[in-house]
Design a protein around this ligand. Structure first.
Ligand SMILES: [Zn+2]
Length: 165
């Protein structure tokens, strides 16, 4: 997540969760502060292995203030299949029937950084093939909601897929 200073201007620093700490266990003192080049300014741990993906999205999309990356089970299950996650109502008008998916690139790789930041130029959520979900928003609450909604679309899609077999 990017920070605002007292004038409401965006500070050139981001907050990111550490690698190797369960999200349930993350406390304020585990959060890492870096500049937009990834130079660590505060926090004792090692930043998430997807730090460069987050930084590139922030550089490409000035409107994005928060990024949520999950391996939530239903959406990630879809990413390991040939089925696409249906884009259900709640995303507003349904222009495309499915949530976009970017092709596979290894986690933490430069290739994944490029695929995801290109994909997010005109969308706020992506499924990463064989990996998980990235959702962005103008604030942390919006990005979390979008990630949760994506998981709920995947769950509904899974159930309707089973029932319609
Ligand atoms: Zn991941």
């Amino acid at each position: 997540m990017k920070l605002l200073n007292n004038n409401g201007k965006v500070n050139e620093v981001i907050l990111i969760t550490p690698s190797g700490v369960s999200l349930k266990e993350v406390k304020i003192e585990n959060i890492i502060v870096t500049d937009l080049n990834g130079v660590q300014l505060e926090g004792g741990g090692v930043p998430s292995s997807e730090l460069h993906m987050h930084l590139e999205i922030y550089r490409e999309r000035e409107d994005v203030m928060a990024i949520v990356h999950t391996h939530s089970p239903y959406a990630t299950g879809f990413s390991f299949s040939n089925e696409k996650v249906p884009r259900l109502e709640g995303f507003g008008e349904i222009k495309e029937p499915y949530i976009k998916e970017v092709e596979y690139a290894p986690p933490g790789s430069g290739e994944l950084v490029q695929l995801v930041s290109n994909g997010l130029k005109n969308d706020d959520v992506m499924i990463l093939k064989n990996h998980g979900v990235v959702a962005v928003g103008p604030g942390l609450d919006e990005a979390v909601l979008l990630a949760e909604f994506t998981e709920s679309c995947a769950k509904t899609g899974f159930i309707s897929g089973v029932l319609n077999k």
